[in-house]
Design a protein around this ligand. Structure first.
Ligand SMILES: *Cc1c(COP(=O)(O)O)cnc(C)c1O
Length: 462
């Protein structure tokens, strides 16, 4: 045979194969699967002396069908987070409490009472008991929830400061995550940002001097993903509130991450704290330290929240039944703070003790060693909370690390990602590292099993 690759069928030929032809999928989906399978088959033919054209065609068709079937499986699915980063935006931020998952299942089983009052049969309130619960926990007069904190910020400014100036510190013009700059969003609602102070120092007089007829609000943004060290001064919420009172201007605080627990160490500002300090409107995410689904919470003085609820934009940002059910199930856990610490995964993962973490690491290590990876060991590492929460707070963690001579660690990490469910590890000092802080006991078992099957291929064959 001149060229072994000549046995590979043309794309059109595979498309016309009766089994592929009969399969319900778009032509583009089929063509993509065929190209992928042909590329795979090409690598399988490397080094082969000969191959039967008919057999290759059948094999390609089998591969294409399996690829097409696989693409029917859920796209959004569980992955095992072995990075130890509790709020990982790439992995869906907060892991929901059990109760939240149960509530979602109940809300989507069939029709639901989303806007129905069961007792009277009349139209009911979409946000049900959620708003009262948020007020009870935070001490706020009123609350409303929208799709995310970005929407909350937008809605608050659009309501309170349209075509007027929001005075904001230069040190608080933050970018959150890849390409999302909070100030760019703020100007979308017609608000003009009046930047005062400098990057590392803003004083209360800077705000005061900027106040004029055009001023609509005083805006504070918590720099949720970095800290400024060294020569640095910013204005506290209480100072801003006093200034706002003096000039009759509302103060908006964008907290970013809203921690509803008082039992978590290292949290510098909370929704309850902002309200107690007199902030008029406070916005924060539902899927950061709160530990619930993606949403944005707006709390504050009754008159402002009432105005926000009447804003026509509200309708474009309202929450769906799945999110509301998940939020309801998460908030219930906060009725009792001890309960929240153990039942809200975000809180229990962050507050896990060194003993608990070591125990998990040892269990993972033992199981991995049993599979024959003999250089696996535990290292002390420092991880972070992630997801724009608690910047500058180091979490002492333990990671199980290993590698194999002659094997790229990236290849091992890629092998773990190909596992079902995919396992997301990290690389440390040319080793694959797994931090069990973000893993359940069952996931520790699954991970050890996956490590065994990935490392199997690198064992000497004899
Ligand atoms: C995270 C964050 C946001 C955006 O919140 P989302 O819920 O992701 O939309 C806005 N402002 C600050 C300060 C943040 O930390």
């Amino acid at each position: 045979m001149d060229n072994i690759y000549d046995v590979l069928p043309k794309v059109l030929k595979v498309l016309r194969h009766p089994e592929i032809d009969a399969y319900h999928a778009t032509k583009a989906e089929k063509a993509e699967a065929i190209r992928d399978e042909l590329a795979h088959m090409r690598t399988m033919l490397v080094g082969r002396e000969s191959a039967q054209e008919g057999e290759v065609l059948e094999e390609v068709c089998k591969g294409v069908l399996s690829r097409l079937q696989k693409s029917r499986k859920p796209y959004y699915r569980r992955v095992i987070n072995a990075t130890g980063i509790v709020l990982h935006t790439n992995m869906g931020r907060a892991v929901l409490p059990e109760l939240a998952k149960e509530f979602v299942r109940s809300a989507i089983e069939g029709y639901s009472n989303l806007e129905l009052e069961i007792e009277t049969g009349r139209r009911g309130k979409r946000y049900g008991r959620i708003l009262e619960r948020i007020c009870t926990i935070t001490g706020a007069e009123a609350a409303i929830v929208v799709n995310n904190n970005a929407a909350a910020t937008l809605l608050a400014l659009h309501t309170l400061c349209p075509y007027k100036e929001a005075i904001i510190s230069k040190g608080e013009l933050v970018a959150v995550g890849d390409g999302f700059r909070v100030p760019n969003l703020m100007v979308c609602c017609g608000t003009v940002l009046r930047e005062v102070g400098t990057t590392n120092q803003t004083l209360i007089v800077d705000y005061e001097q900027a106040i004029c007829d055009q001023t609509g609000v005083l805006q504070k943004v918590y720099t949720s993903n970095y800290v400024i060290k060294g020569f640095h001064a910013s204005v506290s919420i209480s100072e801003l509130v006093a200034l706002g009172k003096k000039h009759g201007l509302p103060v908006i605080s964008d907290l970013g991450s809203g921690c509803l627990s008082t039992k978590l160490d290292g949290v510098k500002a909370t929704p309850a704290g902002e309200i107690a300090a007199g902030a008029d409107v406070v916005t924060f995410s539902g899927d950061k330290l709160l530990g619930g689904p993606q949403c944005g919470v707006i709390i504050g003085k009754a008159e402002y929240i009432a105005a926000i609820k009447k804003n026509p934009l509200m309708r474009a940002m309202r929450l769906d039944k799945m999110t509301l059910a998940a939020l309801d199930g998460t908030l219930i856990e906060y009725i009792d703070e001890e309960r929240a610490m153990s039942n809200v995964p975000v809180l229990s993962m962050i507050s896990a003790s060194q003993e608990q973490l070591m125990e998990k690491a040892e269990s993972l290590l033992l199981k991995i060693k049993q599979t024959g990876v003999d250089n696996a060991h535990i290292e002390n590492i420092i991880s972070s909370v992630g997801g724009g929460s608690m910047p500058g707070t180091d979490l002492d963690s333990f990671a199980v690390c290993f590698n194999k001579e002659g094997v790229y660690v990236e290849d091992i990490a890629a092998g773990l990602r190909r596992n079902e469910p995919p396992i997301i590890s990290f690389i440390r000092n040319d080793q694959v590292a797994l931090d069990p802080r973000t893993m359940t006991d069952a996931e520790i078992d699954e991970t050890a099993f996956a490590v065994a099957s990935v490392m199997q291929q690198y064992l000497p064959t004899n």
